[in-house]
Design a protein around this ligand. Structure first.
Ligand code: UDP
Ligand code: MG
Length: 220
């Protein structure tokens, strides 16, 4: 049997030279922010009020981890518990598959890609092999507020990484590895920054206004 590494390299998105989807037809918005910044909550709001398909990279990885017969289940489990970033080929392939299904089966054209890209090379690889993004919605939140939210969520989420030790590791990964993505997109004027140290309803009011300013009208 091929090694996991060899299997990863064989995923089609890993070797494709041009984007699978045309950004003139397909709108991709990346949704970034530290763990507990409110990405999932705001994506739920947006999904309700707009025609977006919401794809959470973390949710797709957890589904794949639990899928019987998955060749990547154990690898994903180990990375998530350590708060580390799963090899990008796996995540990118899961995202591409989910996008294709939503386009073909549901006629979706607008995507919120939540919790991805978490690393600069993931950003480059996704935009080169799947679809260039329109912009990034960045929820800017203090660690103090995020930690309180995560510990609260941990009471009911059942997530193996909503505990103090994993949370600390996820914060570190976010600062060291994921913030450079926001900084790079920011330098290209491709970031919509939202102050996220406030209640979810207040955040959402701002999100709607900022999306409208970028050409995405409420309800569209
Ligand atoms: N993860 C990853 N690549 C991604 C997205 C998530 O490896 O592109 C892993 C990573 O280990 C992360 C975990 O999945 O800590 C949980 O991610 P999720 O976005 O669900 O958590 P959040 O940060 O939103 O609480
Ligand atoms: Mg999330």
């Amino acid at each position: 049997m091929a090694s996991t590494e060899a299997q990863i390299q064989q995923l089609p998105a890993a070797s494709r030279g041009k984007p699978a989807f045309d950004p003139e037809k397909i709108t991709v918005i990346f949704v970034l922010g530290g763990p507990g910044a409110g990405k999932g909550t705001q994506c739920e709001n947006l999904k309700r009020d707009y025609s977006f398909k919401h794809l959470s990279a973390g949710d797709l990885l957890r589904e794949e981890q639990d899928r019987p017969g998955s060749q990547f289940g154990q690898l994903i489990k180990d990375y998530i518990r350590e708060g580390k970033i799963v090899p990008m080929e796996v995540t990118i392939q899961l995202l591409e598959n989910a996008m294709r299904a939503a386009i073909d089966d549901e006629g979706k054209t607008k995507f919120l890609i939540d919790g991805f890209p978490r690393k600069v090379d993931q950003a480059h690889a996704f935009e080169a092999s799947v679809c260039p993004s329109k912009f990034t919605l960045f929820f800017d939140c203090s660690e103090e507020v995020m930690e309180a939210r995560l510990l609260n969520r941990g009471k009911t989420s059942g997530r193996a990484d909503d505990n103090p030790e994993s949370i600390r590791k996820r914060f570190r990964t976010f600062v060291e590895t994921s913030m450079p993505v926001v900084d790079e997109f920011s330098a290209q004027d491709r970031v919509v920054r939202i102050e996220a140290n406030q209640p979810p309803t207040a955040i959402y009011d701002i999100v709607k206004v900022r999306l409208a300013a970028r050409g995405i009208a409420f309800g569209s």
